[in-house]
Design a protein around this ligand. Structure first.
Ligand code: PLP
Length: 429
């Protein structure tokens, strides 16, 4: 399914050699496979087809407008968390009715923009926000469709920084308090509070965390319906796993097999908000070795990519499979940290940024590489470019989209001039 494959010992993306892309576009470079992205999308759509869900791609995972366009064309809606993401989705040709807007701190201008665009709905996270949405909608003569994000207090069994559905997290309204919130806003003008929203974290590789949270959500819906609230929609959020090591995420079909029966005969519209599971494995970060520096117990492989391009290892201790683009006889059969080859060397793969947390891999057994060699950092489609920064005044890297044998630049490499442009243009005030 993943279209990053070795042919005669050299890494290809679809039908294009990665080395050609490095020569043409330079490094570091984000390389995306359109077919891989669309295959993951279709796989999810097929698995959940019995629920006829609205799939809203989480723009924050990878925001490039050209990827959003591919998904919009495939029928996807969009889950946005800011006015900027709403702008991107609309520019990408999104059907506004298929856009949902989440986030704990939406501002009034952002809410007005979304109301003006006629988005499908807001996922609201607090009483304060519900009050704000209702009042802005009334001012604009509109009725906002809103789901209340509830916090089901379920452990997603993922990294503490990406757990969102436990009591102590800032997200949503405690599920026990939800009925009172629905009661408070019963009949309030400008508001159609018609749905509940759940999103417990990311990645959630434990299917039962989903089923537990959905079961709690359904109990709430039953209670709300008996109290006379017209609930017609459940948004089950995103968080489906991706393949970093190989098999840590359940297949999409396994998530669906557990979730579909729970929701099938509930007379509910279902919204799903996948990000990572669609795009993580559709991207590779291509980087070049700048220097080798032998340390006392391991080799430092200093590459031209850094925490600027991929902050997940620094932020979450995340694992990304890394391997030379020209692998010769050592073509990896899996993406695990243990590879069955002789003569591997213990390495830290690090970037040029002035932080000790600037590493892409630690204590990784790798084939020996030379200065100038190309290295592929896998599963870099999600939360990579989207979290990129210019820290250390390093211009952001370019992005390339491959479709079959063709490759096109979908974001040019930033220049030094880009670094200071917003500081030099005629500034107001
Ligand atoms: C981040 C986020 C998602 C997407 O999560 P993934 O793990 O990328 O699928 C979906 N919904 C909400 C509310 C989010 O915050």
């Amino acid at each position: 399914m993943d279209r990053f494959e070795y042919r005669s010992g050299n890494l290809f993306v679809e039908d294009v050699p990665m080395a050609d892309l490095a020569a043409r576009f330079g490094t570091p470079l984000y390389v995306y496979s359109a077919d891989t992205l669309l295959t993951h999308y279709r796989k999810l759509a097929t698995a959940f087809a019995p629920l006829n869900p609205l799939i809203c791609y989480a723009v924050k995972a990878c925001s490039n407008i050209h990827l959003c366009k591919l998904l919009a064309k495939a029928g996807s809606g969009f889950d946005v968390v800011s006015g900027g993401e709403l702008y991107r989705a609309l520019q990408a040709g999104a059907d506004p009715a298929k856009v949902v807007f989440a986030g704990v701190g939406k501002t009034s201008p952002e809410i007005r923009e979304a109301l003006a665009a006629g988005i499908g709905g807001f996922n609201a996270e607090s009483i304060s926000e519900l009050t704000q949405i209702a009042s802005l909608a009334r001012e604009m003569g509109k009725t906002a469709r809103v789901a209340l994000r509830v916090n089901p207090d379920v452990d997603a069994k993922t990294h503490a920084y990406t757990t969102t559905g436990k009591k102590e997290n800032k997200f949503g309204v405690d599920i026990a308090d939800a009925p009172a919130v629905f009661e408070k806003f019963r009949g309030v003008g400008g508001l159609s509070l018609h749905a509940i929203h759940l999103h417990i974290g990311s990645p959630v590789n434990d299917v039962t965390s989903y089923t537990r949270s959905i079961e709690r959500g359904l109990q709430l819906i039953d209670a709300l319906r008996s109290a006379g609230h017209a609930i017609d929609t459940i948004d089950i959020g995103g968080g489906f796993g991706a393949y970093y090591k190989g098999d840590e995420a359940p297949p999409t079909a396994d998530y669906a097999a557990a979730i579909v029966p729970l929701l099938k005969d509930r007379k509910l519209n279902v919204v799903i908000e996948p990000g990572r599971s669609l795009v993580a494995n559709a991207g590779v970060l291509l980087t070049r070795v700048i220097h080798l520096k032998p340390g006392p117990s391991k080799q430092f492989v200093i590459v031209d990519a850094s925490m600027n391009e991929l902050i997940r290892p620094a932020l979450y201790g995340a694992y990304h499979f890394i391997w030379p683009v020209a692998a010769g006889q050592r073509v990896p059969g899996s993406r695990g940290p243990e590879q069955p080859f002789d003569g591997l060397q213990k390495c830290d793969v690090v970037g040029p940024v002035c932080e000790s947390s600037d590493f892409l891999a630690k204590d990784r057994m790798l084939p020996s590489v030379q200065q100038g060699d190309l290295i592929a950092v896998y599963s870099a489609g999600a939360y990579a470019m989207a979290m990129a920064s210019q820290y250390n005044s390093r211009p952001r890297a370019a992005e390339v989209l491959v479709e079959g044998a063709s490759a096109r630049l979908i974001r040019r490499r930033e220049t030094y001039a880009d670094l200071i442009a917003a500081e030099l243009e005629p500034l107001p005030g």
